[in-house]
Each structure stands twice: as C-alpha cells, then as structure tokens.
Write a protein that binds this ligand. Structure first.
Ligand code: F6P
Length: 326
C-alpha cells in the first residue's frame, strides 16, 4: 500500500454549517502528520478546472464558527462524465495529490466512488448535508444547526399564530428526506408533520383539524418537508383552505435560511472529529470509506454502501408525534 503524503479536501453539493470546521480539522491533522494539504475549490468542478490551492495552518484560522464553506461548493455535471473525471485525475497528478477527502452528501459520494474505481486515488467521504439522509451515521455535519434554525423560527411563528388563533403551515427543507421536519416538528410540538418517507393521508389530517376546530383548538402548526408527495406548504394550504375554510391559515417557507449560520456545538465537534478521522483513515489505509458517527463512536461504511442506503425513519417517532399532538 502506497503511503499517502499529499491530500486534497473539497466540499460538494449543498453546503451545510460545520463544513468549515471539517476543512479546518482535515488541514490541521494533515499538517500535524507532515502531509501537504490542498484545498480544491467548488467541489469536483475545481478539480476539473485545476482550481487547487495549497492550504496551511493559517488558511483555516478563524473559520470554525462560520457557516458556508471557504472552499465554496458546486454540483459538477462535468464530473458525472468519464471525460470530466479523467481531466480531474490529471490535475490531481500535477499536484501529486494521492488522497482525497470529500465533504458532502450522497451525490458527492457517488462521484467519489466512481472516481476511486477508475483511478488509484483513495477517497474518504464525510457526511455534510443538512438533510441527514445518509445511512451509516447518526448525524451529518450541519443537520443539528439546521434543525435549531428551524425550531427557532417555528417557535416565533407559534407566538404570532397563538396571538391570532391561526393555523400555520411551515415548509422546511428536505427534498428527499423528512428528518428536519420530523425533528423540528417534534421539538416545537407541531400538530402534524408531513414527510416524504411516509404516505400522507390528507383525509386524516383534515378530519383531525376539523375535530380540533370543533373543540375550539384553532392554533395548529403543521410542519411539512419540501419533498412530501403533497407538494409542499403552498399545495397543502390550497387543499386545507378549501376543505376547512373556517380555519385562518397562513404559510411560511423557511428555505435556505436553514443552510446558513454559525454551526452549533454538536456540528463543530462532529466536524472536527470526522475531519481528524478522515486523515487518520488515509494514513491507516482505510480507503474508500464514509466516516460517520454511530452511538457516539466513529463508524466506517464502504463508499459503495453509503451511496445505496438511506436512513430509515423510526416508526416509534411517528407514534410519538401522534400521541403528543392532541
Ligand atoms: O442541502 C440539501 C438541500 O437543502 C435540500 O433539502 C434542498 O432541496 C436542496 O438542498 C436545495 O438546494 P439548492 O437550492 O442548492 O439547489
């Protein structure tokens, strides 16, 4: 097994709070081990365009508390093609980069897996997405911050909802996953939580809201993930306004506010642990793995498995939502 001496780090896909903390950990752990570390700008696109810069300890000073990513991020269409990956490989060779750390979501890992199959560059994936839709880890970098942003907003909305006796439909992010909706909904005492992982029975929602209206419970918070099959907050609001016109209903779409902001303590700590572990894994020859955290311990999932499986929603959590929202 060849010794890894020069590593590249990149962020790819949707950004998430804590990515900077992970970059910092990769750079400083690499330097601690006398490696040369390079930052690859704008994800795989920067690899193709040879936008690759040397990183030093001071390059990552004062970033642990910042949202976004100093390396910027992108979704590269070119990297999906074999020709794009070949150009990327040639650019890595120019810098003699012999190991990669990819911080991103499952799309980014799919790219890494293809790349490591085609070329002799070991890759380590770190789960960085607010959506938490990756198997093999209890947390993804950014999820905790995003959920806390959502609950802060939903708490504020409840104040005004309560003042006016209104129902609010709040749309949170999650194109394919309902974790932000599920966690933020439970944490704010939402009356209904609609997620893509479960079939939404609109009749049940309507019945339950009519029953609540009969007993003069007019303040209702419905949290819907953007990827729910109902279509999001506006679509749900149109149905509910028609079926239950006596409820005064408003919509709030939280949107990209959930992707920014200073990372929470949990995200900073997880990002630091994972960034450190990524470099250690490259040194120890644990190649082509995604590193996550399960039961508070580092957990290694081969990249090809990480791209296939999604996290499963715990059925008990759904039961909790029903019982507590009366
Ligand atoms: O980061 C994940 C995610 O937030 C999804 O929940 C959302 O659908 C998507 O990114 C939107 O990303 P963009 O606006 O960058 O296309």
């Amino acid at each position: 097994m060849k010794k890894v001496t020069k590593i590249g780090v990149l962020t790819s896909g949707g950004d998430s709070p804590g990515m900077n903390a992970a970059i910092r950990a990769v750079v400083r752990t690499g330097i601690y081990h006398q490696m040369e570390v390079f930052g690859i700008m704008r994800g795989y696109q920067g690899m193709i365009e040879n936008d690759i810069i040397p990183m030093h300890s001071r390059s990552v000073a004062n970033i642990i508390q910042r949202g976004g990513t100093i390396l910027k991020t992108a979704r590269s269409k070119q990297f999906m093609e074999p020709e794009g990956r070949k150009i990327a490989y040639e650019n890595l060779k120019k810098h003699e980069i012999d190991g990669l750390v990819i911080i991103g979501g499952d799309g980014s890992f799919r790219g890494a897996q293809k790349f490591s199959n085609e070329f002799d560059i070991p890759c380590i994936g770190l789960p960085g997405t607010i959506d938490k839709d990756i198997a093999g880890t209890d947390f993804t970098i950014g999820f905790d911050t995003a959920v806390n942003t959502a609950i802060e907003a939903i708490d504020k909305i409840r104040d005004t909802a309560d003042a006016h006796d209104r129902m609010f439909i709040i749309e949170v992010m999650g194109r394919d996953a309902g974790y932000i909706a599920l966690h933020s909904g439970i944490a704010t005492g939402a009356e209904h939580i609609l997620i893509p992982e479960t079939k939404t029975d609109i009749e049940l929602v309507v019945e339950s809201l009519i029953e609540k209206e009969r007993r003069k419970k007019l303040v209702n918070m419905i949290v819907v993930a953007e990827g729910d099959e109902i279509g999001g907050a506006n679509e749900l609001s149109a149905v509910l306004k028609e079926r239950i016109p006596m409820l005064d209903t408003r919509v709030c779409i939280l949107g990209h506010i959930q992707r920014g902001g200073a990372p929470s303590c949990l995200d900073r700590v997880i990002a630091s642990r994972l960034g450190y572990a990524a470099v250690e894994a490259l040194i120890e020859g644990k190649h082509n793995q995604m590193i996550g955290v399960m039961n508070n311990k580092l957990h290694y999932t081969p990249l090809d498995k990480a791209v296939k499986a999604k996290q499963k929603v715990n059925a008990e959590w759904l039961k909790i939502v029903k019982i507590l929202a009366s």
